[in-house]
Each structure stands twice: as C-alpha cells, then as structure tokens.
Design a binder for this molecule. Structure first.
Ligand code: NAD
Ligand code: IPM
Ligand code: MN
Length: 367
C-alpha cells in the first residue's frame, strides 16, 4: 500500500463542508484502489474561532506539525469576527510563505452542462492554467502606516511590491515547462509595466530572456487591464497565463467566473523543490453569505483534491476524479451557484457514485 499523509485545515465558513466533500472523494479513490492507495488524514482545527479562543491561528510548533505531512488540504479562512488581513496573514499566507509555495497553479476549464457567460465560446476555447507568482510581488508584506508624521486626517501608508530576479525567473520558467506539456504551447505574460516601471519592467526583461530558451513555445506579453478584456473576448487565444501575485489572484477569479462560477475553481500552492508540503485549496473564500446552509459547490475543493493526486503521482486517479465531475455536470446535476438545486452533499455523492461507476466501467449518471 502506498500511504499518503494529508493535513486537512477546513478553516472558516464553507471551508468545512467543501473539505469534507473532497476528503469523501479521496476516501473513494482509496477504496477503489483495493488496498493500493491509502490516505492518512489529520485534521487541524485552525480557524477564526480557534484564533478568538487562543489568540493565534497556528499554535507553536504548528508548522513543524504540518511539515510531517505529504500535502496540506485547505478550505478557506475569513470571518466577520476577525479583520481579513489578520485572518489571511494568520493562516493562509502563514503557510504559503514559510513553506515557499512559490508556484500557484489555477486551471480554468469549462464543465460540460454548465452555461458560461461566454455564450459564443465553445468548450475547447477555455482551457487555461493561470500560473501565479505566490511568494512575493504585491504580497511581500512590506510597507507601513502613519508615515507622514502629520497626524490624523493626513496619514500616509505605503504598500510595496517586491520583485526579485530569481523569484521572477523561477515562476516564468515554471510556466514555460508547464506550457510544453499542454496541447497549446503558449505562455502569456501579464504585467503593468507601462505604469510600474521597476518591478514589472524587470519581469518583462526576465520573460524575454527565459523565452529565448523555449523557442518551441509561443509567447506574448499583455498588460493586465488588456488581459482582463482578452479573457472575455478571446479566450481561445490563451493557454498558460503567468502573472504576479495580485494580478493572478484577480485574473483567476475572473477566469472561474467565465467558466461558470467561483465555486468550481481549483488551486495548488506548490513548493516545486518539494522541500515543504504543497497546499491544495479551492480558489474561493469562506463565502459567509451561504455558510452553514449546506449549499456550497464542492467542485472547486474536489478538483483541488485531484491536483493533490497529481502531485502524489496518481495521475490516473486524478483524471478519473475530473471525469466523474464532468460526467455529473454533463448529466445536469448542478449546485445552486450553477443554476441547479443539488446541495453540497448531493453533489458530492453524485460525484462519488460516478467515480465508482467509471471504475466499474459504466457510463453516464441519470439526471
Ligand atoms: P468568496 O469567494 O468567499 O465569495 C464570493 C462569492 O462567491 C459569494 O457570493 C459566495 O457565496 C460565492 N461562492 C464562493 N465559493 C462558493 C462555492 N463553493 N459555492 C457557491 N458559491 C460560492 O469571496 P469574498 O466574499 O470576497 O470573501 C469572503 C471571505 O473569504 C473574506 O474573509 C476573504 O478574505 C476570505 N477569502 C479567503 C480565501 C482563502 O482562504 N483562500 C480566498 C478568498 C477570500
Ligand atoms: C486566494 C485568496 C487569497 C489570496 C487572499 C484571501 C489572501 O484571494 O487564494 O485567491 O489572494 O492569496
Ligand atoms: Mn483570490
């Protein structure tokens, strides 16, 4: 038996229900492997309520604890009781930064049976991976408040972006290597180098230099504002999109909306050197507006679990999970955010049943 150890952190809001859904699917993958694969899951109760009780999101020794696992499976963090910057720096960014998860992979694909706002587009037109620089840029955490010294009403705050040549080069190389594995070998680089003349111009220069090492990969450089229009107007012209931390954060939400909903988008925070565990999570947040109702869409979390299976080298199993999701949406079984009426558990069970059916060599589910 190949055993993989997973640290699960459900977090806040809908994080718990979507992580439960993903773990249910992994359970099924293990069961269907007939003893070939096992997942040893340890849950960590780190959340905003944990913080309110204990004064910290991650207790002393928590990161060392996480490091014992092969991967981290994360739900979401964010609660009305704690300022967002406190919760995010306390939990999510408190993991991605020390674990040097510098590459954040966010696939954007259509699901069959899901109506996209891109009505003219067809399935093949939307199949991208957003590669997000995940360790520096606008999220470097550098800056300060009260810099004017001129008192209330005249405050000056500074939020600095950090762009290192090494950090920029590694994420761009990562994007090119990924593009080589895809049907359309193209990398689109996103900056705002017309207005941001230091960091983003460095990015453009590094991109041009790295591109020369990949003559087989088509390239383009697009400004972020124009790229957001291109996402909507010419989805068929994209394959791998590489961007800085903030730009890719925004573009990946836009991409998931074009595919139908924020609820379906998956994300992998990778430490490609594998010195630290990587972290898998849906792109969406804690969705306080629907938390506790049991109606959240589990597809983003389940697709993120499929990315975790890929990371474990279990590509066949990962593909089966993705196929099960597609079969279920194609059969018209959809959650509320996609216009259907299946709740979180019904969606999850439909995907689990289809995974079992695929395994047994059967066809599509009944709508
Ligand atoms: P959000 O992603 O939580 O929600 C945006 C909208 O999308 C809401 O209407 C929500 O109901 C909907 N939505 C999101 N996921 C869904 C799902 N699985 N199924 C159905 N509908 C879904 O973003 P927000 O409202 O900007 O942020 C809420 C909180 O989450 C904030 O505290 C924010 O800081 C935090 N957040 C955390 C993460 C993370 O932990 N990775 C990511 C984004 C936002
Ligand atoms: C995401 C989220 C986070 C990010 C926030 C909540 C810090 O929006 O995972 O996309 O931007 O990294
Ligand atoms: Mn985001």
């Amino acid at each position: 038996t190949q055993t993989f150890s997973i640290a699960s952190i459900p977090g806040d809001g809908i994080g718990g229900e979507v992580v439960t859904a993903g773990l249910r699917v992994l359970d099924t993958v293990a069961k269907l492997s007939d003893g070939g694969i096992a997942f040893d899951v340890t849950e960590y109760p780190w959340s905003s309520s944990y913080y309110l009780e204990n004064g910290t999101y991650i207790p002393d020794g928590g990161l060392e604890e996480l490091q014992k696992h092969d991967a981290i499976y994360f739900g979401a963090v964010g609660s009305a009781e704690v300022p967002d910057h406190t919760s995010l720096w306390g939990l999510r960014l408190a993991i991605t930064q020390p674990f040097d998860q510098w590459a954040n992979i966010r696939p954007v694909t259509f699901l069959p049976g899901v109506e996209s706002p891109l009505r003219k587009a067809d399935e093949a037109d939307l199949d991208w991976i957003v590669v997000r620089e995940n360790s520096e840029g606008e999220y470097a955490g550098m800056g300060g408040r009260n810099l004017s010294g001129r008192g209330p009403g005249n405050e000056v705050a500074l939020q600095t972006s950090l762009h290192t040549e090494k950090g920029t080069e590694r994420i761009i190389r990562f994007a090119f290597d990924l593009a080589r594995t895809r049907p359309v070998k193209k990398v689109s680089s996103v900056t705002k180098s017309n207005a941001q003349q230091y960091g983003m111009v460095l990015w453009d220069e590094v991109f041009a230099r790295v591109a020369a090492d990949y003559p087989d990969v088509e390239t383009e450089s697009v400004l972020v504002d124009a790229m957001s229009a291109k996402f909507v107007l010419h989805p068929e012209q994209l394959s791998v999109v590489v961007a800085s931390n903030l730009h890719a954060d925004i573009l990946s939400d836009l991409g998931s909306a074009l595919a139908g909903s924020l609820g379906i988008a998956a994300s992998a925070n990778l430490n490609p050197e594998k010195r630290f565990p990587s972290m898998f999570e849906p792109v969406h947040g804690s969705a306080p507006d629907i938390a506790g109702q049991g109606v959240s869409n589990p597809i983003g979390a389940i697709s993120s679990a499929a990315l975790m299976l890929d990371d474990f080298g279990l590509h066949g199993e990962a593909d089966e999970v993705r196929r099960a999701i597609e079969d279920v949406t194609a059969a018209g079984i959809l959650p509320r955010d996609l216009g259907g009426d299946a709740n979180t558990i019904e969606m999850t069970e439909a995907i689990v049943a289809q995974l079992e059916a695929i395994h047994a060599g059967a066809g599509q589910p009944e709508p």
